[in-house]
Design a protein around this ligand. Structure first.
Ligand code: SAM
Length: 294
């Protein structure tokens, strides 16, 4: 593939702007623009999209997203040293790159997109904040969310936890949340040697498309039930769900789940049933108390 733009190679950008990688900011840069183009292409057609990118760093992925024709990129970067380098990318693509200097965990991402604009998120995430960012995006309210897809680089082990099926070792709270609200797949793996500096483990690009209509269920209740169930994942549910403060046997029976099941065997639909029944039983209990008191 020929050069994707006429900007300097990333090695030069890093050298000229003194961007030695900082471990504290999860900096593992991708210097191969063929690879960053592959990541950007995984997101699908970008022409009408506002792309939110977390952690553009020296701009390798940003450049690929812009070269592939994204209408606009809003890139949130915490490292002030990267801002000048990104300014050169912005100058190459006038009016199409907005750089926001700040902490992606502290920013309301909906404020970065003009209401009504089509948006997606593409990022080679800093690994230390990758899971909280994902959980935040999957917890968006209202649902369906403001973005059409997530295309994100994770450590392979985290990617496996996102796409895990029931009955497998990686299945847990993250898989339930991701599977309830979206359809996620691992698009491809990226070897450690592709990064500068190389991390200790293999990485994977995950592509997630939000479900337009997830099974109806209050998200906080689903979170509470999965917290209890997976908090003691080796125990049977009749034991692990005791902390929910309702009649556990009744809850499991009404949700249609055997009391001897363990959390990792229960599919997303089962957790949704448990969460809805838990809410119903708590409401019934509150009603019974108020009837007694009146
Ligand atoms: N996108 C670049 C690439 O692919 O080469 C850099 C990816 S590097 C894995 C993660 C980037 O996220 C770094 O540029 C780092 O400075 C930035 N970062 C770390 N913590 C951040 C935070 N809380 N908010 C925004 N950016 C952050």
């Amino acid at each position: 593939m020929s050069a994707i733009d006429d900007l300097p190679p990333l090695r030069e950008v890093i050298r000229d702007h003194g961007l030695s990688a900082l471990k504290s900011l999860g900096q593992n840069f991708l210097l191969d623009l063929n690879l960053t183009s592959r990541i950007a292409r995984t997101a699908g057609r970008l022409e009408e999209m506002t792309v939110i990118e977390v952690g553009p760093g020296p701009g390798g992925l940003t450049r690929a997203i812009l070269a592939l024709g994204a209408r606009k990129v809003v890139a949130v970067e915490r490292d002030a040293r990267c801002i000048a380098a990104l300014g050169e990318v912005a100058a190459r693509y006038p009016g199409r790159l907005e750089v926001v200097e700040g902490d992606a965990l502290a920013i309301d991402h909906t404020s970065l997109v003009v209401p009504g604009e089509r948006a997606c998120i593409i990022a080679n995430l800093p690994y230390n904040i990758a899971t909280p960012l994902l959980v935040g995006w999957l917890s968006a309210e209202p649902w369906p969310p403001w973005y059409e897809s997530l295309t994100l680089m994770f450590q392979r082990e985290v990617a496996e936890r996102i796409v895990a099926a029931p009955g497998t070792a990686h299945y847990g709270r993250l898989a339930v949340l991701a599977g309830w609200r979206g359809e996620a797949r691992i698009a491809f793996d990226v070897p450690a040697s592709a990064f500068v500096p190389p991390p200790k483990v293999t990485s994977s690009v995950v592509h997630l498309v939000p479900r337009p209509s997830p099974l109806p269920c209050p998200r906080p209740a689903l979170e509470r039930v999965t917290e209890a169930a997976f908090g003691q994942r080796r125990k049977m549910l009749r034991q692990s769900l005791k902390s929910l403060g309702v009649d556990t046997a009744g809850l499991l029976e009404r949700a249609g789940i055997a009391p001897t099941e363990r959390a990792e065997q229960v599919p997303v639909e089962g957790f949704v049933a448990l969460a809805n029944m838990w809410v119903a039983m708590r409401a019934e209990a509150a009603q019974a108390v108020s009837a007694t008191n009146s």
